[in-house]
Design a protein around this ligand. Sequence first.
Ligand code: ADP
Ligand code: MG
Length: 710
Amino acid sequence: MITNLQTPIDYLKGVGPNRADLLRTELGIHTYQDLINLFPNRYIDRTQYYKINHLQRNNADVQVIGKITEFKEVAQQQGKRLVATFQDGTGSMELVWFRGQKWIRESIKLNTPYVIFGKTNWFNGKFSMPHPEMELLEDHEKNLRSAMQPVYPSTEKLSNKGITNRVISKIMQQLFLETNGRFKETLSENILSELKLINKSEALFNVHFPKNQELLARAQYRLKFEELFYIQLQLILKNLIHKSKIKGFPFEKVGTYFNAFFNNHLPFELTNAQKRVLKEIRHDLGSNAQMNRLLQGDVGSGKTIVALMSMLIALDNGFQACLMAPTEILSVQHYNGLVELCNKLNISIKLLTGSTKTSERKEIHHMLENGELDILIGTHALLENKVKFRNLGLAIIDEQHRFGVEQRSKLWHKSLPSGEVGGASFIPPHVLIMTATPIPRTLAMSVYGDLDISIIDELPPGRKSIKTVHRYDKNRLNVFKFIRDEIAKGRQIYIVYPLIQESETMDYKDLMDGYASIERDFPKPNYQISIVHGKMKPADKDYEMQRFIKGETNIMVATTVIEVGVNVPNASVMIIESAERFGLSQLHQLRGRVGRGAEQSYCILMTSHKLSNDSKTRLETMVRTSDGFEIAEVDLRLRGPGDIMGTQQSGVLNLKIADIIKDKDILQNARFYAKKVLNTDPSLSTSKNKVILNTYQELAKFKNIWNYIS
Ligand code: ADP
Ligand code: MG
């Protein structure tokens, strides 16, 4: 008989109402199942006992056998600490408590052998151990213990209330007693045997009470695989359902526009990566399902041309297309670029932004509705209700991280009502999302599982790599001299200041101070300076930007508003002030503003002297590499997946045992097997997959599975 694991935790012997409450509030443990899935953070080898005179000044955890000979209280700045003298015949050390002193004094016996365990400190010529774990030697010898001791996640409140790691271990033992350690298998025979995985019961036993290192490793592998397998299964199922349910316009042909452009007007040969991605997009557009594709490509990898050629396919099939960018500057740039590329093609293209005049706006609305307009480019002004297309076939979003899911879905309903709107025949436009912020492949697989992903992993030929250096503020004079030399050669310079919301006033002051000092060092009329920041009116911003683009100014002082997409090939130096305050992906984006012309480009990261370890890693990474994917991996390691767009909702954070960063090989394997299973049996209806179907449904029922929001 297998115990029902949905039994409330209160029923477990040794738990009781108080502990049950604490387990619920502190660790989210409501049921037996939850407790079993409380996996240790790490393991400690407790096979060794140390003598006090052999203790080393490292901070490893050690266990020592000895006796407490006396307690004393020592006053300190706030409150007091309890100090015990602990002796083992070879020497003496101190045990120290800052909290829970009353309980310690009442429950610990003097002059009685204990096994203590913890980290030691070396202070005033003596070893001390704060808040040791303590167990009577007598009990210690009675307890069956394994070589590897698990360390469970805990909270301060739990340990203050006496629910120590040892107590959790005890409760876990009790659970295994009550259930006989027999648990329902949750993976199919096929997978178990193909991957030579150990069975569920054995895995759970060895993850909580490992017999040895090898079994622990096998137990962990099996449980991580299982966790990732079911997440992937869910994602792939969702994607399959999306494809079967959501019809798309079948763009059957590649016609005159595309061919004319490809054969006669392509300004350069496409890179292999661009060709591959175009093929993937064409395949999607030609199928009967709606395209929902993410196009990742580093800054400068040439996403725009791919966007244009995709739009031409829409036009060839009698549809309209739109391209939405996050800022006015970027939209204008896209507009100008595309108008130039298409000038021989007889296509009508318009720009719609917040600053489009009313009369122009009206005309655009009109042309969109009667189908005279082929391509509309703009900011989120495109999303306004008044903007209605006659037949929008493809919507492209540039720099996706600036837009939310909601905006994505607004684009779905941009075409004019025709026939049964909202009815079964509703067909949304194809959607292509372009981003220059690479998401590490492993993460993308889990987070954007409902999107298909294309990657441009190759830069157009002939790009010079950007020389990146880190300089401290005190070297500013040298940096300014360098700027002067570059300007003398005819180059232009960006100087960027951080603008971080919380301290906006201060940042703004930094920017203005910086501007003033740059004006002093680079005086008119020899030097001209542009300034652009978020508090300026769009028209003023644009004016300043245009002056820089036209080469009328030598230096552009700016906040991160220039981060995205701006293209000034003659600008060859990017100076980033207070670089330690920027995130890695932002630094990488900023650096991407230079290196667009034929000249050698430079990125100079200016910082103060005091740097945190994370800041140092960020700067070193920037200096070492310009590979966006490598940078994204480091970023992910530094910040954890929580801060990366899209992961908040995705629940990648709620993984119980697997680690999205460290376990990417297992993730890949899990995805491979999830696909394999669904390829042959998409409804999981064969008997050999019954166990998978059952587990999947149960996970969904008890909400243990990742709650993916689309
Ligand atoms: P991003 O991917 O950052 O949007 P863009 O599409 O703006 O990059 O392209 C950056 C620059 O590279 C543009 O000036 C573009 O004309 C040029 N470019 C794009 N593809 C190629 C190619 N295959 N060969 C040469 N230059 C290219
Ligand atoms: Mg771009």
